[in-house]
Write a protein that binds this ligand. Structure first.
Ligand code: AP5
Length: 242
């Protein structure tokens, strides 16, 4: 199963990607996370990406595509993946299509768009806090930890991303509208786009996402009928070979 998640900054791509990827037993590949790891660890890739990320601009395509190509070649991505943050413009989408066809003789199954209004993404990003140790994402109002500035899960220190300042958030949204939003019609024309309302509680959005993905994923049903035939329960299990 090869899925792309698209949506504005703060739409909840990272939040939803972890649940969807885990449910479908495929790796989540976040270009933003890979770049941030390389910036933090001071690699050559991080050095190239840093200034663009701090401004809220896209890292040049040549750098990004080479990184994604190497990641897709890793063993855990051979049966499928969930891409979070890539592609980010039409040239990246065209390159991905070509890469999948030429290197893997395959294509994307589906592109899931998370639809959220601008005011809401600004609220979400300005309150986001991330744990330095385990990378769990919190929100000061929507999902606050018990102790301010401390991760409930591991006790790590919470920090605000450099690109979550108000001015940079506004710029990232402009970049999204100019460069990334055209992907919606690109994938609609390809017949692979589905969109869901990404407002409301996180668990409800995950359920909406899984329901929307269901026609595209071979999810076998295990149905248990009681002897009286009156009721049944259904569990969804992923099919790893997709
Ligand atoms: P990236 O890390 O991909 O940033 P982004 O797309 O701007 O997305 P975010 O991570 O900010 O938001 P999200 O949608 O994941 O939301 P989240 O789940 O965290 O990219 C960063 C930079 O890297 C780019 O600017 C660029 O420079 C570079 N880059 C990356 N990919 C690139 C590419 N392909 N090409 C070129 N450059 C690239 O949620 C946000 C907040 O909302 C959290 O606090 C969360 O708790 C809260 N929240 C989530 N869901 C809900 C909900 N339902 N209700 C209330 N609050 C919620």
């Amino acid at each position: 199963m090869r899925i792309v998640l698209v949506g504005p900054p703060g739409a909840g791509k990272g939040t939803q990607a972890q649940f969807i990827a885990s449910h479908l037993a495929i790796p989540r590949i976040s270009t933003g996370d890979i770049f941030r790891y390389n910036v933090t660890t001071g690699t050559e890739l991080g050095r190239k990406a840093r200034e663009f990320m701090e401004r809220g601009d896209l890292v040049p395509d040549a750098v990004t595509v080479a990184m994604v190509r190497a990641r897709l070649a890793e063993e855990d991505a051979q049966e499928g993946f969930l891409l979070d943050g890539f592609p980010r413009n039409v040239p990246q989408a065209e390159t991905l299509k070509k890469l999948l066809a030429e290197d893997w003789d395959t294509r994307l199954n589906v592109v899931l768009e998370l639809v959220v209004e601008t005011d809401e993404v600004v609220r979400r990003l300005s309150g986001r806090r991330t744990c330095r140790r385990c990378e769990r994402v919190w929100h000061v109002l929507y999902d606050p930890p018990a102790r301010t500035g401390v991760c409930d899960d591991c006790g790590g220190e919470l920090f605000q991303r450099d690109d979550d300042s108000e001015d940079t958030i506004r710029h990232r949204i402009e970049v999204y509208n100019e460069q990334t939003a055209p992907l919606v019609s690109f994938y609609a024309d390809e017949g692979t786009l589905i969109g869901i309302d990404a407002t409301g509680p996180v668990e409800e959005i995950t359920s909406r996402a899984l329901a929307a993905l269901r026609p595209f994923v071979r999810l076998p049903f295990t149905t248990f009928h009681q002897n009286d035939g009156g009721s049944s329960s259904v569990s969804l299990l992923p099919t790893p070979e997709l």
